[in-house]
Ligand binder design. Sequence first.
Ligand code: GDP
Ligand code: IMO
Ligand code: MG
Length: 414
Amino acid sequence: MPSYAIIGAQWGDEGKGKITDYLAEKADVVVRFQGGDNAGHTIYANGHKFALHLLPSGSIRPHTLNILGNGMVINPVSLSLEIKTLKGVGLTPTIAISNRAHVILPHHIEKDKENEKTQNIGTTLKGIGPAYMDKVGRTGLRMGAFVNEALFEAYLRNDQTHDLTEEKIKALLDTYAPFQKELAPMVQDTSYLLSEAFKKDQFILFEGAQGTLLDIDHGTYPYVTSSATSAAGIPQGAGVSPKQIQKVLGVVKAYTTRVGEGTLVSEMNEELAHQIREKGNEYGTTTGRPRRIGYLDLVALKHAHRVNQFDALILTLFDVLSGIHPLKLVIAYDYHGTRLDTFPAEPEILAECTPIFETLEGFDEDLSTLSDYNQLPQAAKLYLKAIEKHTGIPVGMISVGKHREQTLRMTNIL
Ligand code: GDP
Ligand code: IMO
Ligand code: MG
């Protein structure tokens, strides 16, 4: 059975949730391996809209095991709320939480807010960066210790870094007692669980959060998140071998969006951006912030491909481009008269790059009702062909709407 990685190929919000839920129809296990509730994965299914932040997008399917891997940072309060929300509509997903995943506590969120006053990254203010700082600084709290009353209390009492007074410790112990009880039965060695799943030859999906351009190493540093969002994050963040990932699928929007600060070379004028934002409902799932909009940036996409080696692209929100004339692809950057074909590492250089476009004809047809690739208008087919030509990656699937059935498979690569 296959194991697929579903990786964001841009700056997040590519539609990973929709695609993971779609592919989860046949999956046995869905695994998150990094990030926390900074993620917002939207799924429309069974007549409901779901916004998942911590739970893997297999949680809407009744048959999947959903793993929150060791590479995640978990806010227990958010997780409990998400579980409750699903229960409210009759869903009780099977969930396993890694005992090695780190815990987000209130002081991480306070620190995130404090840092933002001077750093201005435009974070989601969920405490993600500070929780990962504690992890790599070896002062973090892991889920295994969190759900053990004595170990949690000992952690708080031994803490030297968060200025915890007796009063604060008491309040934390009281606040978290119900969450410890609720989550304890789910906390286990998920790397072991995965090794058993592989032994049974089960179908496993690794669901990325954020996108490759937000990767701590390969993204637009410092305007990135604090985890490894590319496929390289999977072995480390799930406790599997790199050899166990069979295919890496890159989820890419038909255009570009970004929330938070940092340069977006392909950014459109506000009039066109507004049109796409309203049609594509481009507002953050987690923070509600309007997303910045740009043309599809193939320099960034090729960079993501170099890092991930995508077996196929899954192109999403293609329907939103109907009525946009002309369509443009960013095929290179111009940096003070020099053509750049590779994505620069330095934010100062990126900030001074301007896009070099390839211009294509647009289309007016409504794609959202199509059920077969062959029904696509010629201009839409040529847009896909141009992406394939420039990147060398086959487009394996396209999404033409937010619902499961609005998904077209183009090759049998999946
Ligand atoms: P994720 O973070 O990568 O899971 O993406 P988000 O859920 O944050 O953002 C993607 C948005 O686009 C959500 O509102 C989805 O419901 C929606 N969406 C996904 N695929 C499509 C599509 O093909 N067409 C349209 N119109 N909306 C889509
Ligand atoms: P999904 O999984 C889009 C962005 C924030 C900010 C930067 C750092 O839904 O694709 P953080 O709170 O992680 O320290 O913020 O990363 N960001 C996202 N942008 N989609 C996401 O997740 C994001 N998660 C974080 O806006 O610019
Ligand atoms: Mg999102």
